[in-house]
Design a protein around this ligand. Structure first.
Ligand code: ADP
Length: 522
């Protein structure tokens, strides 16, 4: 992977990781907020129930006090005081019980204190409501709020008797309507009547700036005459919602998982690629083999082509031997002919063996070999034939030719083909000094072999097609000799080229890698 691509991949991983962490933060924030909302709702409902019950108790006290007022005329002061004291003792949130005697003169209502229990300093407040209570329906209870006293609300009940009538005023301390243990320390709580706050209690751990909209519970308590609205909210601090430890663990874990998944993915991809490559290679090998097998016909012709020479030699040597035997002359020549036959027969066998190897997809038998020796052997093989055709064969090799890695028989086939082709070309010329020259030179880790002749050369349109299988310009030619030469040379990492010499005639050049320095013969 290139550096740029690696960076891009790491950036993508970082982006995915950040997304996972953000999603987790959002999810846990949502969970915390939902939890807070449930908590607020449940606590709010519990407080609402308690407050409604307590408001109902106020009504009950007013009813029993009213009953006592109506029990005698004038009402029994001592009994009223006793009952009021008991109520205040058991219900500390009721701070005053005040009974007023209301007298109406025309439209004016005056209120004289008839009885007051506790917080006598508030006595005047009750007078403020006297006129309003006087016009209440008998038995009706109403809630009042005083501008003078902020932390109380008042319940005024007009007694059932008429003018002069009585009124009961009850002062209630809202702060005591909720027990300290009933309000959770996280809660912001307020009680209000007609938009006026009568109690405000803040959370024990106030949140400086609420990052999230706090969940709120707000509902009027179940009471017909005490329209108190309970409002409960839960401010949420950022630290409460984002648990840095959990986020840290998740961040580390998700990064680890991402990196492991990435490296797993990479190794799976590499394995897949390797598998694909192996499949491709196998496919290619199969194709190559198939191509080789397909060219069986071509090779069959090749075999015939290659075998013609040793078989012809065998035939002519055998005929000569027969003639010698019939004449009974020169028995030494008979032996010579038979030896040559043995050599030609084993050469034919060797060619067939190599062809079989070639077709069965075998690698050539590459060994360190001396090309000068092959040149000498081939020239020896062709010498008689060339002499008959009036062709001179010149050989120029270095004294210590470096070894090459090749198959000696295959190299001989190549040299044989090239020399025979040169001879075929020379036969068609009228020249008197027909010459074939074979050279071998080394340099820069390479061995260069040339086979040249002074024949008519190669036509320009023929030159590019020389190594094509079945390309021939000769009558009865098969066009396989040079194609086979190219195959054999390329198989041992060499190269073969053809060109026309400036002085006339063709030149074939084979370039082969030298085996290695240690193999150079001294
Ligand atoms: P074939 O000998 O059966 O024609 P080759 O593949 O050996 O097949 O040769 C292909 C052709 O290359 C020959 O037909 C000939 O035209 C040309 N050729 C090969 N060697 C020489 C050469 N030394 N001089 C001129 N032409 C050549």
């Amino acid at each position: 992977m290139t550096g740029k691509r690696a960076w891009q991949t790491y950036l993508i991983i970082a982006a995915i990781w950040l997304l996972i962490v953000l999603l987790f933060v959002a999810y846990s924030a949502r969970q915390s907020i939902n939890q807070a909302r449930d908590e607020v709702k449940q606590t709010g409902m519990a407080l609402h129930r308690v407050l409604s019950q307590r408001a109902a108790q106020h009504d009950a006290h007013l009813t029993s006090l009213n009953a006592l007022i109506l029990s005698a005329n004038p009402p029994p002061v001592d009994a009223l005081r006793q009952v009021s004291r008991n109520i205040i003792r058991f219900y500390p949130r009721i701070s005053i019980i005040d009974v007023l005697l209301l007298t109406r003169e025309g439209t004016t209502v005056s209120a004289q204190p008839f009885l007051m229990v506790d917080e006598s300093e508030h006595g005047t407040v009750a007078d403020d409501f006297a006129a309003s209570i006087a016009v209440q329906k008998p038995g009706e209870v109403r809630t009042y709020i005083s501008d003078k006293v902020a932390d109380r609300y008042y319940l005024g009940k007009k007694s059932d008797n008429s003018n002069p009538g009585y009124a009961i005023v009850m002062a209630i301390n809202p702060a005591l309507m909720i027990e300290p243990n009933e309000r959770p320390d996280w809660a912001d709580l307020s009680l209000s009547i007609d938009g006026k706050t009568i109690l405000q209690q803040h959370s024990d751990s106030p949140v400086s700036s609420s990052f999230f909209q706090p969940p709120v519970f707000s509902q009027q308590i179940d009471s017909q005459n005490q329209p108190i609205i309970l409002t409960l909210s839960r401010p949420i601090a950022l630290s409460e919602v984002i648990d840095s430890f959990r986020v840290g663990v998740l961040a580390a874990f998700s990064l680890l998982v991402l990196l492991i998944s990435y490296s797993l993915w990479q190794s799976v991809r590499a394995a897949k690629k390797a598998e694909q490559k192996a499949q491709l290679l196998e496919h290619e090998t199969r194709l190559a083999h198939a191509a080789r097998v397909n060219s069986m016909g071509e090779l069959a012709s090749g075999i015939a082509h290659e075998l013609t020479q040793p078989l012809t030699a065998l035939l002519s040597q055998s005929q000569a031997a027969l003639r010698l035997e019939a004449s009974g002359e020169r028995p030494d020549l008979l032996k010579q002919a038979l030896t040559a036959n043995v050599r030609e027969a084993s050469r034919a066998g060797e060619i067939l063996k190599r062809m079989r190897n070639y077709m069965s997809n075998h690698e050539p038998q590459r060994k360190q070999m001396d090309i000068s020796q092959s040149i000498r052997d081939v020239s020896e093989l062709l010498r008689t034939d060339l002499t008959q055709r009036n062709i001179t064969l010149l050989i120029q090799t270095e004294k210590n030719t470096p070894a090459i890695m090749g198959d000696a028989v295959e190299m001989e086939q190549v040299l044989y083909n090239l020399i025979r082709n040169a001879a075929d070309s020379l036969v068609q010329t009228e020249k008197t000094d027909k010459q074939i020259s074979v050279t071998a030179r080394s340099g820069q880790g390479q061995l260069v072999i040339t086979v040249s002749d002074n024949g008519s050369g190669i036509a320009d349109d023929v030159l590019p097609r020389l190594f094509e299988p079945f390309f021939t310009t000769r009558n009865g030619g098969m066009g396989l000799g040079l194609a086979l030469c190219a195959t054999l040379i390329e198989r041992i990492d060499g190269e073969i080229t053809a060109a026309n010499r400036p002085e006339g005639g063709a030149e074939f050049t084979i370039t082969l890698p030298v085996a290695d320095a240690s193999s150079i013969k001294v």
